[in-house]
Design a protein around this ligand. Structure first.
Ligand SMILES: *[C@@H]1O[C@H](CO)[C@@H](O)[C@H](O)[C@H]1NC(C)=O
Ligand SMILES: *[C@@H]1O[C@H](CO)[C@@H](O)[C@H](O)[C@H]1NC(C)=O
Ligand SMILES: *[C@@H]1O[C@H](CO)[C@@H](O)[C@H](O)[C@H]1NC(C)=O
Ligand SMILES: *[C@@H]1O[C@H](CO)[C@@H](O)[C@H](O)[C@H]1NC(C)=O
Length: 318
């Protein structure tokens, strides 16, 4: 009896393989050349994005992505997935909702070619229409660094065309997926409660829930504990504005930073960026640098970088 069942399964398996081969042959006859019969799923596999291919299958998204489209897939490399913290990688494998949210955030339900990507552009993803934010930074060789929600796009592997869309390769995973505006996100992080209190006290919280885009350097409670408690509201406002990048500038993701770069803030004075062995430090008027602890926390209206020091703006000269 047992043998019979196993045999039955084997047979069923053989039939499945048979019909798959038949189907592949059929498409081959109708389509000229390889590119013509490749969906975005096949292109992802063809580009060697095997972790992404595995996760797409695990999340049950293969049939969707073999559908009509058009889809634009921002496909992280295997190495990009390995760069995620271990607990995030584990969570992606354990929590299918999280996995689906992250993967659908990497897909757009329309065709976006590299020529359509420009500074500050927002394009809704398949994840609850949450926007992907594009930025371009004039760094190094031409063209430049181009990011999708902070994740650098491999400019040598863009516009990989499929029958139902196009794939662009990402050198990082767009994670975390922006879920809320920056004040709402900060309120949910216990380590940032002093910052939130200060924003409320100075009424800057209202402004920072707006469209932005904002880049905020967010000092932890440990950082705030080293600041005198008797600051006037005006002093505190000046200090907090020194933690917000001038809103006329594009969103500043870490991929867009260079060593010795000066970043203009809403205090109308600069912070100097120091990059040393992958660590990003910010130099204020005290010359004692603050260190970026958690970079690139994407929010719906910009990005937050968590830092370990409250930065002190220069005293006005007059
Ligand atoms: C799984 O992920 C979703 C989406 O991020 C989250 O809301 C939910 O709490 C997670 N579930 C568990 C058990 O962690
Ligand atoms: C993909 O298609 C677009 C639009 O038709 C085209 O501009 C691009 O050159 C194609 N990419 C490749 C690699 O052929
Ligand atoms: C705040 O307290 C410090 C000493 O702890 C003092 O030097 C400073 O003048 C005070 N500043 C204000 C605005 O009261
Ligand atoms: C910048 O910060 C300094 C020091 O706190 C303050 O005196 C000045 O008013 C601030 N300027 C702006 C535009 O916020």
């Amino acid at each position: 009896m047992k043998t019979f069942v196993v045999f039955g399964i084997l047979l069923a398996g053989l039939f499945a393989v048979d019909s798959y081969v038949a189907r592949v042959d059929e498409t081959r006859t109708f389509a000229e050349g390889d590119a013509a019969d490749k969906t975005v799923v096949d292109v992802v596999q063809g580009l060697g994005l095997s972790t992404l291919a595995m996760l797409v299958e695990r999340a049950g998204l293969v049939s969707t992505l073999k559908g009509k489209g058009p889809f634009t897939v921002f496909g992280p490399t295997d190495d990009a997935f390995l760069q995620l913290p271990l607990n995030v990688r584990q969570a992606l494998l354990l929590n299918n909702t999280l996995l689906t949210d992250v993967l659908t955030y990497h897909v757009v339900g329309s065709s976006v070619f590299s020529k359509d990507i420009s500074q500050g552009k927002l394009v809704p993803s398949l994840y609850a229409k949450t926007n992907i934010r594009f930025n371009t930074y004039p760094i190094g060789e031409t063209p430049m660094v181009v990011t999708a929600t902070g994740a650098p796009i491999n400019l040598k592997q863009v516009d990989q065309n499929a029958t139902n869309g196009v794939v662009h390769v990402l050198e990082r995973v767009m994670f975390p997926v922006p879920e809320n505006d920056l004040v709402t996100v900060a309120k949910a992080v216990p380590e940032l409660s002093d910052l939130v209190d200060a924003l409320v006290k100075t009424k800057l919280d209202k402004a920072l829930t707006g469209d932005g885009p904002f880049t905020v350097f967010a000092p932890t409670n440990a950082a705030f504990s080293k600041v005198p408690k008797n600051l006037t509201v005006d002093d505190l406002t000046g200090i907090l504005k020194y933690h917000v990048v001038d809103t006329n500038l594009p969103t500043v993701y870490s991929a867009g930073l260079q060593n010795n770069q000066k970043v203009l803030t809403l205090n109308t004075t600069d912070i100097t960026v120091k990059i040393d062995g992958g660590h990003v430090e910010l130099v204020d008027s005290t010359k004692v640098p603050g260190r970026v602890i958690t970079p690139d926390v994407s929010v719906t209206n910009g990005v937050v970088h968590v830092i370990d020091k409250v930065l002190i703006p220069p005293k006005p000269s007059n």
